[in-house]
Ligand binder design. Structure first.
Ligand SMILES: CC(C)(COP(=O)(O)OP(=O)(O)OC[C@H]1O[C@@H](n2cnc3c(N)ncnc32)[C@H](O)[C@@H]1OP(=O)(O)O)[C@@H](O)C(=O)NCCC(=O)NCCS
Length: 212
């Protein structure tokens, strides 16, 4: 198993890997491959944390990180960070690779001075990499009631006491604009997605908002 930086020759393969990993998981189809495609030229993108995982010289995983912001109650903003999409090819899921890739990336991020990360995800996976509910850090999610304990909104101090040392007792987080590209430009997204092999979009139990 090897982890290395993404190279331009990998772009298409990794976007397809991202599409395969996310397809029909959270919604019919997925948009995460377009997010990645658009993010690489976004100033929030962090090239040093654009990482691929190889097994037997085949790319089976990828993760990217982004600069983000926390908004304090007085309206002022503080730099923070987030990550995703993180993808493991469906044939390699639940074999420990996702956790290894994430832990490697988080260690590298810490070494770069990245002190606090928040993100949306399933705590059953991310707790193994040190994440906890963001509400425990007094960080609120922009799209939920302020005092809600949001089960999918997670955070981690990579550098101990980073929040306190940066004067952040409480704040609100909204994902960076780069994560909304498919909603903002659905026609461009559809045209991009159509360049990949045809796949069937299915409404499945476990997806966001799924109702019997
Ligand atoms: C989520 C993902 C990156 C996890 O990588 P992975 O290699 O499959 O996960 P790991 O084998 O490293 O998981 C380690 C542990 O985390 C937990 N875990 C992993 N995925 C989980 C899931 N979907 N639900 C609940 N727990 C999960 C399990 O406890 C697992 O250990 P176990 O298999 O011994 O029970 C990968 O499954 C994936 O690409 N999924 C589709 C895309 C996606 O959802 N990305 C994350 C968006 S927030």
């Amino acid at each position: 198993m090897n982890i290395r930086l993404e190279e331009s020759k990998d772009y298409r393969e990794i976007e397809n890997l991202t599409r395969e990993a996310f397809w029909n998981v959270y919604r019919p189809g997925c948009t995460e491959h377009y997010v990645l495609n658009q993010y690489r030229t976004n100033p929030d993108f962090i090239p040093e944390l654009d990482l691929v995982m190889e097994v037997d010289e085949k790319i089976i995983g990828h993760v990217m990180f982004s600069k983000a912001e926390l908004v304090l109650d007085d309206g002022s903003k503080k730099a923070s960070w987030t990550f995703g999409p993180i993808s493991i090819h469906p044939d390699y899921k639940r074999k420990g690779y996702g956790l290894k890739l994430l832990q490697y990336a988080l260690d590298k991020a810490r070494g770069m001075g990245i002190g606090f990360i928040c993100m949306e995800g399933n705590i059953e996976f991310y707790k193994h990499a040190g994440f906890d509910l963001a509400s425990k850090f007094n960080i609120h999610y922009h799209a939920e009631p302020r005092d809600a304990e949001v089960p999918y909104f997670l955070a981690q101090e990579l550098i101990p006491d980073w929040l306190q040392n940066n004067g952040i007792a409480e704040a609100t987080y909204c994902p960076p604009k780069g994560y909304f590209v498919a909603d903002e430009n659905p026609e461009a997204f559809e045209a991009y997605d159509a360049t990949f092999p045809q796949k069937e979009k299915l409404r499945l139990p476990g997806q966001l908002g799924y109702e019997e």
